[in-house]
Design a protein around this ligand. Structure first.
Ligand SMILES: N[C@@H](CCC(=O)N[C@@H](CS)C(=O)NCC(=O)O)C(=O)O
Length: 216
């Protein structure tokens, strides 16, 4: 039985939950309430010592170990269960390439922008938001072009690269300000295809915790 430390607002935790579902594994969430996360509990010395020295979710508990970093967790699960890691060595290399792109450029700017727009206690500075939108537009443009000629990010079947890149894309449009269905048709079609993954559910149904109305 896997235990996933998570809350519904965490797209990074959602990535791992999607893979656990797709692999049809038995798992249960360990809920960190979003109010505690927003209050910064993950930055405390005790939380870092007890849960994750990097001060982040997701954390996956398995066989007495605590695995962290969604991409590393997904690579571990794909290897262990022999699925979604790419059909051969070339695809595996491509999966890694897109995972790194996702973590550095695709998820990170989008997640930061969404967090600032929806959850910051004080109104974010317009210039900061403009900068982040520029970075997101750039990353989305790359994904849109890539997906306009193919069904999945790597190869002809879904992989963990898809599950990583879609992690923040099923949240309601008002949380990030991006309406993907309207603005990015190839990405929108790809997101519809990924709903066919075994056990797929949107984040607020798959992970524990309530929606919080966007603040800004
Ligand atoms: N690269 C990490 C990013 C994890 C991450 O940033 N998680 C957020 C929650 S979605 C977090 O715990 N942030 C804590 C903080 O920045 O203080 C991953 O993919 O697991």
């Amino acid at each position: 039985m896997y235990k996933l430390h998570a809350f519904a607002q965490s797209g990074n935790a959602y990535k791992v939950a999607l893979l656990l579902q797709a692999l049809k594994l038995s798992w249960s969430p360990v809920h960190l309430p979003f109010s505690e996360f927003a209050g910064g509990i993950q930055r405390s010395e005790s939380w870092r010592q007890d849960v994750n020295v990097m001060g982040e979710l997701p954390v996956l508990e398995v066989d007495g170990r605590r695995l962290t970093q969604s991409a590393a967790i997904m690579l571990f699960l794909a290897d262990k269960h022999g699925a979604y890691g790419g059909a051969n060595a070339d695809e595996r290399q491509e999966v890694m390439r897109w995972l790194f792109f996702d973590n550095h450029k695709f998820t990170s700017y989008l997640a930061t922008l969404r967090f600032m727009k929806s959850f910051l206690p004080t109104e974010p500075h317009p210039e900061v938001m403009k900068f982040l939108r520029g970075r997101v537009d750039n990353a989305f443009g790359i994904a849109e072009k890539h997906l306009s000629t193919r069904e999945y990010v790597v190869g002809s079947q879904p992989t963990i690269a898809d599950m990583s890149m879609c992690g923040y894309l099923y949240y309601p449009a008002d949380e990030s300000g991006y309406d993907i269905a309207r603005q990015y048709p190839a990405m929108a079609a790809w997101l519809e295809r990924l709903k066919g993954l075994p056990g797929w559910k949107p984040p607020y149904e798959l992970l524990p915790g309530e929606r919080v109305a966007p603040k800004w």
